[in-house]
Design a binder for this molecule. Sequence first.
Ligand code: DGY
Length: 325
Amino acid sequence: MGKPKVQVTREVFDEVLDYLGQHFEVFPNQEDRPLAPEALAAALADKQGALTVLTDKIDEALLSRCPQLRAVCNIAVGYNNFDLKAMSARGVLGTNTPGVLDAATADFTWALILATARRLTEAEAWLRAGAWHGWKLKQFLGMDVQGATLGIIGMGRIGQAVAKRARGFDMPVLYFNRTRLSPELERECNGRHVSLDELLAQSDIVTLHTPYSADSHHLLGAAQFARMKKSAILIHAARGGVVDDAALIAALVNGTIAAAGMDVYEGEPKFNPDFLKLKNVVLAPHIASATTNTRRNMAMLAARNLVAALTGERPSNLLNPDALT
Ligand code: DGY
């Protein structure tokens, strides 16, 4: 019997392919061609495993065409591209990559907080356009981050890492989470558990770190922006769809809130073009976890999950244990 066949859906680091090659017949995609649903289903039709990214939709329509598939391992902590119920029903294991991207994502959240509060990208664009003719007392006045109240929605590992970094800025931290942290973790994060409404009303900076699901769809929309301070800024590096982007644009245009720092969008890589018309947004292309080490670690963790899954071991980051029964 030959080695199991695995598809790697997008470009990865060479060592990931070398490692997978020790166990499997590997079908890479180092040209990094995005695989549309039809092409993905065709590529996985005769494979036992796949290393996927967040744009690869693994749903019943695909699974019904890939009868040999046993495991799909996402190179991402988010897995809203998986229909886990359909995967479990067909005995297909799904995994993600929690933990290894917490620090990079928290660091980038802080990059967005500082860039948004201090209008960094707006000022840079102005300078690059040749508009700077001298120092002025009131030039590009921003908002103080030191001592501001930070509101964190979603206090998992990434939310906690963001909170810990707030200590250096002497910030009171409010958090909203389904479950309250232990007293010890609350102390470490200097965080106070509050309702979503209280968080929105009290915070100067609101940052989102919640996964996308039917429950978190449009968690923040017009009604929630109306509860925020007019001077507040919103930071969004969670997942497209958690925020109602059209409502956010309206809130930024109308002055309901002051500014936003965005890394993720509804329907990305397409996004609402009205964002581009606004000066009070900092826009990044979903790069919060994009450091060389972190992306290497994510891809290697996903590869280790795939090897475990196809060699009869339980993968460390198994999302659907019911697929084993
Ligand atoms: C994740 O891991 O879910 C990120 O969004 C991809 O970097």
